[in-house]
Design a protein around this ligand. Structure first.
Ligand SMILES: [Zn+2]
Length: 69
């Protein structure tokens, strides 16, 4: 079974997309961290709720609360 080879999204180094590469699709931990860092800084202005699932359980889409009988 041939191993899929891709280019690292960060530095475009030919990289194995395989379980043997824990940093896939990146070539290295460094590139993965760089990408995560950029993602985090881009999204920094959007406030993130730490526990969104707790609230979505309480409120339906129209804002009414679901109460058990
Ligand atoms: Zn890379």
């Amino acid at each position: 079974m041939p191993v899929k080879q891709i280019k690292c999204p960060q530095c475009e180094t030919p990289t194995l997309y395989d379980v043997s590469n824990p940093w896939r699709p990146f070539c290295s931990e460094r590139c993965k961290l760089i990408d995560l860092g950029e993602w985090a800084s881009e999204g920094y202005q959007i406030p993130l709720s730490p526990e969104p699932d707790l609230w979505s359980d309480e409120l339906t889409d129209d804002g009414s609360s679901k109460r058990p009988h």
